[in-house]
Design a protein around this ligand. Structure first.
Ligand code: KIV
Ligand code: NA
Length: 258
């Protein structure tokens, strides 16, 4: 797709019904990100997400979308050594991931994983596991040059994809031209080979607004209105209606009431 100039559509999912809807909508790749922690599990930080959490949610997404290509995040501190990265990746693959993603400029980890037969996605720019403040990266010429060199080193180590998060469009464009692997941008401008968004953000479930995001729906508001309407109807005695009730057959009822 990169060679043909076709944009790659990536979106996160954390559960089976959302994955099924996304596959039916025709996305190319589903990312089961460690953003599951903050978006679904109620954790304060991505660092709290465990391998067991990731395997649980990857398996759910796989059940909902049996044929989709799934990238799964390796959680914080599960790829500190090559051996640990390989063992962690095996767990995510057994859960249903086609590809594993890890954050940071670690070409040796990349080389070990690709040599072990894994598809691997790198992740540069904002690294939520390693950066405490979610601010944009690569702003200075020096920081941009470092990110550029990191992307080239990961590419030489065999990466299959690289996510570029919250980096200047100019830098993302240069990296996209310079490397063989497709770049998947989030807050990285329009020049990347593909885009990824968090489904809760694009569907309007997340309360916060982000500069990098566009809200394509109001799913949070729709859910709130549905639950409020249900509560009103129950309290007013108008739900359930006659049509929602089940009845005994006449002979069973007369026997029962005797
Ligand atoms: O966890 C996640 O959803 C991600 C994306 C923001 C790229 O890593
Ligand atoms: Na992530």
């Amino acid at each position: 797709m990169k060679r043909r100039g076709e944009k790659i559509v990536v979106v996160t999912a954390y559960d089976a019904p959302t994955a099924r809807i996304e596959a039916e909508a025709g996305v190319d790749i589903i990312l089961v990100g460690d953003s599951v922690g903050v978006n679904v599990l109620g954790y304060a930080h991505e660092r709290e997400v465990t391998l067991a959490d990731m395997a649980h949610h990857i398996a759910a997404v796989r059940r909902g979308a049996p044929d989709i290509y799934i990238i799964g995040d390796l959680p914080y501190a599960t790829y500190d050594t090559s051996q640990q990265a390989i063992e962690s990746s095996r767990l995510l693959r057994e859960a249903g991931a086609n590809c594993v993603k890890f954050e940071g400029a670690q070409p040796e980890i990349m080389r070990a994983l690709t040599a072990a037969g894994f598809d691997v996605c790198a992740h540069l720019g904002l690294e939520s596991q390693h950066h405490d403040v979610k601010r944009r990266q690569g702003k200075t010429a020096q920081a941009a040059a470092k990110l550029y060199d990191d992307a080239l080193a990961l590419d030489a180590a065999g990466q299959n994809f690289v996510v570029l998060e919250l980096v200047p469009q100019e830098l993302a464009a240069r990296i996209t031209q310079a490397i063989g692997a497709p770049t998947i941008g989030i807050g990285a401008g329009a020049a990347t080979d593909g885009q990824v968004l968090v489904v809760n953000d694009l569907a309007g479930i997340t309360a916060r607004e982000f500069k990098h995001n566009r809200r394509y729906g109001a799913v949070g508001a729709a859910l709130r209105e549905a639950v409020e309407a249900y509560a009103r109807d129950v309290r007013a005695g108008v739900f359930p209606a006659e049509a929602h009730a089940f009845h005994m057959a006449d002979d069973e009822r007369s026997a029962f009431e005797r």
